[in-house]
Design a protein around this ligand. Sequence first.
Ligand code: AMP
Ligand code: GLY
Length: 427
Amino acid sequence: MRILVVGSGGREDALVWKLSQSPEVERIYCAPGNGGISERAEVVDAGAEDLEALADAAESKEIDLTVVGPESALAKGIVDLFEKRGLRIFGPSKAAARLESSKAFAKNLMKKYHIPTGQFAVFDDPQAARAYVRQLGAPIVVKADGLCGGKGTIVASTLSEALGAIDLLMEDRIFKQAGERIVVEERLAGEEVSVLVMTDGVTALPLLPAQDHKRLHDGDKGPNTGGMGAYAPAPVVDAATATQITEQIILPTIRALASEGLPFKGVLYAGLMLTSDGPKVLEYNVRFGDPEIQAILPLLKSDLVPILDDVVEGRLATTPCEWESGSCVCVVLASHGYPGDFAIGKEIRGLEPFADRRDLLVFHAGTKKDRERFVSWGGRVLNVIGLGVDFEQALKRAYDAIQTISFDGMCYRKDIGFRALKKPVSR
Ligand code: AMP
Ligand code: GLY
């Protein structure tokens, strides 16, 4: 079987790593890939949003299955295009991807089908939005309706912050039309968890629950990032909570989409807040979470290929899925300045000792191969994955390995998984 993975981050390196272990896979391609991926897969020179070029590549390379990483390609309709051209692809249609590409659509769907989420209202008019925010008061959450690369949500602690957010989105139009419409939402309190399930539109096959660390600094402080680390399985999701999430959120969402004539195939990712009033949806994503999937896939004992195939073929009900015991953590190594401006082209040293270790992996994100060496080529550069019998061991492996890796300006959080340990890691 020939597989094409679309994307260029740590998520895609993790997918390529897992898929290439399958006895069913004869060749693996990645478009556009990155430095590390170029060693595991054949890279294809097409951007993740260059849909026609991707479909041409899938045709000419006789790809049997394409797996999509980033939401932008799904929101642009890559699945619709591939299916029209008779190419097999894993992911939701453009219409079903609205679950992520329009927060107003997602919130209205939840309201209509009684799926637990925070109180909210949708606005196209800044005046009306301001009046509503004044009426409800802070704390309050203001969200751009459209895709903003993870930057469109403002959790405001004060009224002036919330009013400022409305100005930025609707008057200054910092995210262009993605912020023309906004959702104003009740702020929920609790622990956040990412629940990803495979679904063929009817059945849900849950992956291990995970937690990520979105903030830049230790203690979950500082600006939001694409994610500075993750771990799985999240101990906060016990068996009873997992059942509650499946029955009250995941299955109702899958059924709601089907009732709306938008059957969802692919991976459905529910970003949840575990509130004192039960789990509530903060947002949906229609793709694998990054970095979460980098901490989930190393624990997947089963072959991933039959699972993806069964999603695409709509026969997930009987698909076996086994997990390794133990814990997995992912620590992101980023460039100084990220998520703002940062320098690239810095030589990365010290990766050699980790090749072929089962308990330690390095997934590449913003890297490039420059002759025989790797250089940094993005904000998030590398992901160090530690596996262990428990979080303590997994974290020790990851953090010990990080001591030998270096590039100019390398930054990382020292406290990944602190909630799982119930105490900060002291190093
Ligand atoms: P989103 O853009 O919806 O993924 O939100 C980004 C982050 O903002 C989430 O991961 C939460 O940490 C936070 N957030 C979003 N919505 C809420 C809410 N209603 N209450 C509290 N925090 C929220
Ligand atoms: N880890 C957050 C995301 O993938 O959106």
